[in-house]
Design a protein around this ligand. Structure first.
Ligand SMILES: C[S@@+](CC[C@H](N)C(=O)[O-])C[C@H]1O[C@@H](n2cnc3c(N)ncnc32)[C@H](O)[C@@H]1O
Length: 205
């Protein structure tokens, strides 16, 4: 399963321009706003799960964040981000893995996931994700998650997704996480389409 998923995403990043994919954002504004609200020091540790070629890591490096990790199933996605970062690449830890198979070896102050959890359409995949999430966070850690909202697309990148409102996401993470804030976002795709996202910020109990 992981191999098929990896091949799918490798192919996406090998064949499409990074700024042409539907999830492309010129600037990761919702994520930066959520982080600003958490008022964390730049020494806080953050992992961007399924970070792909997102420029979130660039913006955080610019702001002086010193403990950044980006994980993605697709090495070509991370290659795009590394090429952009140039000499700053070494300031980031890069992990190529399936989040639902990954065994974290440390904990992070912030777990960030924009548009990855919603690809886990099977209960056992979501259980494995939660297992990684719980291992990689400690009481007080913040979790920022964005998925397609109930009126968002049924598929992304040709794959089916599970859509959530805030209450449904809160149920998914209720075992160890308390919902702190939620909001909806209308994302505009590069081709001008609109996609409804549900954002949630949780705190680990
Ligand atoms: C819709 S894109 C979002 C990318 C990035 N978070 C952003 O906002 O631009 C989904 C990303 O998740 C990665 N991905 C999908 N399934 C994954 C999994 N099981 N484990 C890790 N990464 C995964 C893909 O390679 C892709 O980069």
């Amino acid at each position: 399963m992981t191999d098929a998923k990896r091949e799918h995403w490798d192919e996406v990043y090998r064949t499409k321009a990074p700024d042409s994919v539907s999830w492309y954002q010129p600037a990761p504004e919702p994520s930066l706003r959520a982080l600003d609200e958490l008022r964390l020091p730049v020494t806080a540790s953050l992992i961007d799960v399924g970070g792909g070629a997102s420029s979130l890591v660039d913006r955080l490096v610019e702001r002086g964040w010193s403990d950044l990790t980006v994980l993605d199933i697709a090495a070509p996605a991370l290659d795009v981000a590394k090429a952009r970062l140039g000499d700053e690449t070494a300031r980031v830890a890069w992990v190529v893995d399936d989040v639902a198979a990954w065994r974290p070896e440390r904990q992070y102050d912030v777990w960030h996931d924009r548009a990855v959890f919603h690809f886990l359409t099977e209960p056992e995949q979501r259980l494995a994700y939660r297992c990684a999430l719980e291992t990689a966070t400690a009481p007080g850690s913040a979790v920022i998650i964005a998925t397609f909202a109930p009126d968002g697309p049924e598929r992304c990148s040709g794959l089916p997704v599970q859509r959530y409102d805030a209450a449904a996401l809160a149920r998914e993470f209720s075992s160890a996480f308390t919902l702190q804030r939620d909001w909806r976002e209308e994302h505009t795709t590069p081709s001008g389409g609109r996609q409804s996202f549900q954002w949630c910020v949780f705190r680990r109990r």
